[in-house]
Design a protein around this ligand. Structure first.
Ligand code: ZN
Ligand code: ZN
Length: 332
């Protein structure tokens, strides 16, 4: 339960880099859905639209540092960049295993490509099939769990929730007796008292509450679906698609998508702290209208934009703050 105490303090990063925000096709300089979550200095790629490897190069992210890839569904705008990326990883000497979480038919696609090329990847690729409607933990590493949950779209489609596991309590250094062995300190951090030097050392006296655990929820393509709020409840940052504005609500429903207003309603119902919207229809040269619409319902809304990085940081008062930076772009 408290495995996060294995994560060194300096590696407590938690940020999301947006690589693509366009729905269906390229337009207005926007790329197709892909994001990189850097959590505790490990990289997770979420969706891999065409052009994702160019975007990784452009924003200085080393693809061979990616540990896991999560693909929400098998519409092309969410995975057509995958074959190129997997192949480039191999050409660049990757040997470390890669974990791929996706709906089962993707495996047939990968196998067909390798058969046609008569070439295999030079590193182990572990395929973890997602079942339609699957809900619950699909990946766990020390300090982090990833849950899948079902979205409502034309084909099986999964959202993903990245959540830090509960953290150990914080030691109050000046209250610790001299020379206490580290095993006893670790025990105090778990909220258990210890005996040392003939005295009882109470965890209540020597520790403070743990740092809060941060969470990020990703809802790629979905109609407005109120039950989703339960899966993403309290997320510090919720990404929710906002393909259309509210005048096109009928079209959104017919095509399996949401409006910006609906994304904001979902964020509100879920008690999310912040909302990032994306997956903009190419009919919007500028998604400012979508932002305005969402902010009318849920003010802490941000536009996802290529090269934008959202940081979830723990501030000195133990609150979770969101900040944004824009990465410089390099020519691939
Ligand atoms: Zn899409
Ligand atoms: Zn789709």
């Amino acid at each position: 339960l408290f495995s996060s105490n294995l994560v060194p303090e300096a590696r407590m990063t938690f940020h999301i880099t947006i690589l693509g925000t366009s729905s269906a096709t390229f337009g207005h300089g926007r790329f197709l859905t892909a994001q990189v979550a850097n959590i505790h200095d490990r990289l997770y790629l979420v969706d891999c639209g065409e052009g994702t490897q160019l975007q990784l190069l452009k924003y200085g992210i080393n693809a061979n540092r990616i540990d896991r890839i999560f693909i929400s569904h098998l519409h092309g705008d969410h995975y057509y960049g995958l074959m190129g990326l997997l192949t480039s990883m191999s050409l660049k000497g990757r040997q470390a295993p890669l974990h791929l979480h996706a709906h089962a038919p993707l495996l047939d696609v990968l196998v067909a490509h390798q058969r046609a090329a008569q070439a295999a990847l030079q590193y182990p690729l572990h395929f973890h099939p997602l079942e339609p409607g699957q809900a619950g933990v699909i990946a766990a590493v020390p300090g982090l769990e990833v849950e899948a949950f079902p979205l409502r779209h034309g084909i099986p489609c999964s959202g993903f929730l990245f959540r830090e596991t509960p953290k150990p309590r914080r030691i109050i250094g000046e209250r610790l007796p001299q020379g206490m062995p580290s095993e006893l300190i670790e025990t105090l951090k778990l909220g258990q008292s210890v005996r040392f030097g003939g005295k009882l050392c109470a965890w209540e006296d020597m520790t403070l509450p743990p740092k809060p655990s941060r969470s990020y929820a990703f809802c790629s393509d979905t109609v407005y679906h109120p039950p989703l709020a339960e899966w993403v409840r309290g997320a510090d940052l919720l990404y929710h698609e906002a393909t259309y504005d509210s005048r096109l609500a009928d079209k959104a429903l017919a095509h399996g998508h949401s409006t910006a207003e609906q994304a904001a309603q979902l964020a509100m119902a879920a008690g999310a702290r912040h909302l990032a919207i994306g997956h903009y229809s190419v009919r919007y040269a500028d998604p400012a209208l979508l932002l305005e619409e969402a902010c009318g319902v849920f003010p802490p809304t941000w536009l996802a934009e290529e090269g934008k990085r959202f940081h979830l940081d723990i501030d000195p008062d133990m609150g979770i703050g969101l900040s944004c930076e824009r990465l410089p772009a390099k020519l691939p």
